[in-house]
Design a binder for this molecule. Structure first.
Ligand code: HH2
Length: 260
């Protein structure tokens, strides 16, 4: 899954793809590099990011979805917490709703997911973007993230979302210390064993700099991002959400050849 952030403030590529032509050029590049899904977001979820009004978010993502759909059949995921944004995106051709609030941001989100009939990614996060990195605490991070995701699965099913449409994501970096992230990454087989496709988003994230303190710049975290992608693939995740599609596809392909 290749990331396209149409935002001025995303943590690693904010501002690069805000202009429509730059975003479409980036989409073309990710498709050519081997992305199987494009994940398009118009609101940054990074720690401390400010919320974007719905109209502004729609104005950022919709023209891009329409433009990609006009020339490619690549599956498109909409990265939003807002049901109305997901609705408009699916009408424009997106087939997946990637919701970092696990259908928890708005009361009508589960019903909207059922109505849209698209795939739905339920991601775990602790708290809200503004404060989620302020001293996150768990008794047992793996058990708590697992219990949260299973509870959200029940909410989605009760609203009428089909079981086979659901994906799970432990939410690396969303209200987690570096140790929490590592515990979750080590426990990936346990999440895969829940029986839903697992999406893993660790690309360029800050916990990599906790292991390699020299990687203060997000663009300097490719090596760590590839290590996590390979680790995820070995654990059986269904998709990795990444900025560096070409490098990730190559790493995964070579690794698969070695293990064949
Ligand atoms: N991470 C980010 C955004 N959306 N969605 C899922 N399902 N899983 C993730 O781990 C995830 C996500 C944050 O990364 P990025 O899009 O690069 O930055 P920003 O949120 O600042 O736009």
């Amino acid at each position: 899954m290749g990331i396209i952030n149409v935002t001025p403030d995303s943590f690693s590529d904010g501002g690069r793809f805000l202009a429509a032509d730059a975003a479409l050029a980036h989409a073309r590049r990710l498709i050519a590099e081997g992305a199987d899904i494009l994940d398009i977001g118009g609101e940054s979820t990074r720690p401390g990011a400010t919320a974007v009004p719905e109209a502004e978010e729609l104005a950022r993502v919709l023209p891009l979805i329409v433009a990609i759909r006009a020339e490619s059949a690549v599956p498109i995921s909409i990265d939003t917490v807002k049901p109305e944004v997901a609705h408009a995106a699916v009408l424009a051709g997106a087939t997946m709703w990637n919701d970092v609030s696990a259908l928890g941001h708005a009361a009508d989100a589960p019903a909207m997911a059922a109505e849209l009939g698209c795939e739905v990614v339920l991601m775990h996060r602790l708290g809200e973007p503004g404060t989620m990195q302020d001293d996150p605490r768990y008794e047992d991070v793996v058990a708590e993230v697992e219990a949260f995701l299973l509870a959200r699965v029940e909410v989605a099913l009760a609203a009428g979302v089909a079981r086979e449409k659901l994906w799970l994501d432990p939410g690396i970096g969303f209200g987690k210390t570096p140790e929490h992230n590592l515990a979750l990454l080590r426990a990936l087989p346990r999440f895969v064993a829940l029986g839903f496709p697992v999406l893993l988003g660790a690309s360029r994230k800050r916990f990599i700099a906790a292991i390699d303190p020299a990687a203060t710049d997000a663009a300097d975290r490719l090596g760590g991002s590839l290590a996590v992608a390979l680790h995820g693939a070995r654990a059986g995740v269904a998709a990795v959400r990444v900025h560096d599609v070409r490098e990730t596809v190559q790493a995964l392909t070579v690794s698969a050849a070695l293990l064949a």
